[in-house]
Design a protein around this ligand. Structure first.
Ligand SMILES: *Cc1c(COP(=O)(O)O)cnc(C)c1O
Length: 381
């Protein structure tokens, strides 16, 4: 059942709530802070009844409705992105399952598969998913789940979802769409079976709420995901759902601004002497590159604050090797130690570029066209 969306995404997100409050007609949905519901009072309009808030809650149902519509399927919400990732694996894997995932996947996903699911017998292949021929070789009839991140994080490499959908040999294809968002990529339309989000990132967009969701167009998988939601109990609070929904109303505006910032930052980085491997997939706000003094650069920046996470309105810088590298063993370190990852916010792109320019000067790296005017040791070597 593919929900067809007649309106543009902008209209859908701006208009989605305001239908819940029949008593006062509030334009914004109220927050339903209740654990339980009076069973003698059923909704007059035949709307879905509620009984207990772990099982369901009006704020959660409304947010599931809009997220499902944005991805073209049915959504199930969880209390974090990792709870959503876990639910996706839980929904399809058994103790005989083999899963294929990117060697440079999100660190928490790698930890879940390598350290937790491995204890229950789930086996895995970690590969470079940008190589479709390699994926085709690794996927066997025993493969239950193929996990894709496009773009990858922090490498920001591109992965061809449509081609992988063509060689999945009966496995379930799941795409972590956290960085692309439905503004730039709708994986179900590319042949994916599950779409996973950390809603803590771009979807809520203001770095103030942790959450996650899994979207599918299969009623069977959706039912299974809701059973997992209720039986594991990792559900988002009504306030979390409210905050995520409020952020979502400006998703399209924010994503354009993030993309504009990242484009300006990428163009600048490509002009700096000594910087290499500048990666930006051409959409969204994430940029990574290699820099000889990565930690010093993170310290020298002021608008880009040194913090993990991404997708908020404010810019952040992260050196993944020193900030999360100790979370994982060798498998995590699929990229060089001098990798820097920027989450470009919605500030004025000129200010972001000025902050980078000043920080690069402080650590002795300068723009190519200026090296003659302001010689540095690198310029003479
Ligand atoms: C942050 C993130 C997650 C995990 O989400 P949480 O909300 O932090 O639990 C999963 N995948 C990607 C790509 C992420 O960036």
């Amino acid at each position: 059942m593919q929900a067809k969306e007649p309106q543009s995404l902008a209209t859908t997100v701006a208009q989605w709530d305001g239908h819940r409050d029949h008593d006062y007609g509030s334009v914004v949905n109220p927050i339903y802070l209740t654990t339980t519901y009076d069973q003698s009072r059923q909704p007059a309009d035949g709307a879905r009844p509620f009984d207990y808030s772990r099982t369901s809650n009006p704020n959660r149902v409304d947010l599931e409705d809009i997220l499902g519509r944005l991805e073209g399927g049915m959504a199930c919400l969880y209390s974090s992105g990792m709870a959503a990732v876990h639910a996706a694996f839980q929904a399809v894997c058994t103790n005989a399952s083999h899963v294929v995932l990117p060697h440079d996947a999100y660190s928490g996903t790698l930890r879940l598969v390598l350290e937790e699911l491995a204890r229950f017998g789930v086996t895995h292949s970690l590969i470079d998913m940008s190589d479709v021929a390699l994926v085709e070789r690794e996927v066997t009839n025993a493969t239950t789940l193929i996990w894709v991140e496009h773009p990858t994080n922090p490498g920001l490499r591109s992965v061809d979802v449509r081609s992988i959908a063509g060689i999945k040999k009966g496995a379930v294809l799941a795409v972590d769409n956290t960085i692309a968002t439905p503004v730039y990529q709708r994986p179900l339309e590319l042949g994916a079976d599950l779409v996973v989000h950390s809603t803590s990132k771009y979807l809520s967009g203001h770095s103030d709420v942790i959450g996650g969701c899994v979207v599918t167009s299969s009623s069977e998988l959706n039912a299974r995901l809701h059973v997992i939601q209720n039986s594991f109990g990792s559900v988002p609070s009504p306030v979390d759902c409210f905050l995520t929904g409020r952020g979502l109303k400006t998703l399209h505006l924010r994503m354009s601004a993030h993309t504009r910032s990242a484009a300006a930052v990428t163009a600048f980085l490509e002009s700096v002497e000594g910087i290499s491997d500048v990666n930006w997939p051409g959409f969204s706000g994430m940029v990574s590159f290699r820099c000889p003094s990565a930690d010093a650069l993170a310290d020298a920046l002021t608008l880009f604050r040194s913090a993990t996470s991404l997708g908020g309105v404010e810019s952040l810088v992260k050196v993944p090797w020193s900030m999360s590298g100790n979370m994982m063993g060798a498998a995590f370190k699929a990229y060089p130690a001098d990798t820097v990852r920027l989450s470009c916010g919605i500030e004025d792109p000129d200010d972001l570029v000025r902050d980078l320019d000043r920080a690069f000067n402080l650590i002795g790296l300068t723009k190519r066209h200026r090296t003659a005017a302001r010689p540095t040791p690198e310029a003479h070597s």
